[in-house]
Write a protein that binds this ligand. Structure first.
Ligand code: ADP
Ligand code: MG
Length: 309
């Protein structure tokens, strides 16, 4: 069995309710394995439990039960090694306003026990484009600069795994491109990347594999290519002029006769064109009275996968 970057087993988190507040089941028994070397996307609507999962990985939130293994280290048995294996860029832009970017990186490196000679603060500042802000106070940095500094902080201890919680939520196109370029480069150098996003386009662009969670449960986990294959699924309903004798046949095409006498055809538009589907209908001796097509787009499939109940 190949060693995973992350192994999550039966992970549960219940937040205790405050005064008059009910408790909240944020994670409901999630099992998930994330392979080494991948760019892995964790998707889900707001409140799905993405940040909870990531904050548990980061050691910022205490799980209620379950097992978390990071780079082969059990989080409970080996908290130090598991923490050293992972760097997290949090969703909130919380920075100490009295530190400069360079100071913040040095302090972070100190917290992780990185020896002075092994620190790469200037290199990291260069990478995230903050060299000219190295000595500015954090409170004077724009939102985009703060985000880049948080990325830098996640990297000070050379982690095997980098986790980014909604890295590009609300950022402008330029910063998004920069973050994407940084992420790709880090991954090419062997770092495993996990990112949460609710931008489907971002997941499509960046991720090899995707897990979708909703209401604290894993809904689907598949390669991006397979998921896009699903998203590419099209259907066509043909109402025939007279009762159907033979169903249409063709490669990449499935057909069934509905109770109302119509024929439902399913196909993938990247393999089979609508024209070929219609040709198969004609070849089966069916004359068409009416036809309707349906295409699922990313949003539809996402919604259907995350629909409650
Ligand atoms: P996501 O990141 O997918 O938007 P979160 O993990 O932030 O989801 O939240 C999952 C659920 O847990 C939500 O219903 C949220 O309100 C709740 N939650 C998150 N943090 C806390 C907390 N500290 N106390 C109580 N409930 C919380
Ligand atoms: Mg979140």
């Amino acid at each position: 069995m190949t060693e995973q970057a992350i192994r999550i087993e039966a992970l549960r988190k219940t937040y205790k309710g405050g005064k008059g507040q009910p408790e909240k089941q944020a994670l409901n028994g999630v099992d998930l394995e994330i392979p080494r070397g991948s760019v892995f996307g964790l998707l889900g609507p707001n409140g799905a439990g993405k940040s909870t999962m990531i904050n548990i990985l980061a050691g910022l939130v205490q799980k209620t039960s379950g097992k978390v293994t990071i780079w082969g280290f059990d989080q409970d048995a080996n908290p130090r090694q598991s923490r050293a294996s992972i760097g997290v860029m949090p969703q909130e832009l919380n920075l100490d306003p009295f530190f400069t970017p360079r100071g913040a990186l040095e302090v972070q490196a100190g917290l992780y026990g990185v020896p002075r000679l092994a620190r790469r603060s200037d290199e990291i500042l260069e990478m995230v484009g903050l060299t000219d802000k190295a000595h500015a106070y954090a409170r004077t940095l724009s939102g985009g600069m703060r985000r880049r500094l948080l990325l830098g902080k996640a990297l000070v201890h050379h982690p095997h795994i980098l986790v980014l919680d909604e890295p590009t939520a609300g950022v402008d196109i330029e910063l998004r491109q920069m973050l994407w370029a940084n992420i790709r480069k880090l991954n090419q150098h062997g770092m495993t990347i996990i990112l949460t996003t609710h931008y489907l386009e971002e997941a499509e662009e960046m991720c090899d594999e995707i897990a979708i969670i909703n209401q604290g449960e894993l809904v689907v986990r598949d390669s991006t290519a397979n998921l896009l294959g699903r998203l590419d699924a099209k259907s066509m309903v043909v109402h025939p002029a007279s009762p159907v004798v033979d169903l249409p046949q063709g490669t990449g095409l499935t057909s069934e006769l509905r109770d109302d006498g119509a024929v439902l055809l399913r196909y993938h538009s990247n393999q089979t064109s609508a024209e070929e589907v219609l040709a198969a209908v004609h070849a089966a001796g069916i004359s068409i009275r009416d036809v309707k097509t349906n295409e699922a787009d990313l949003e539809d499939v996402f919604l259907s996968l995350t629909k409650s109940g």
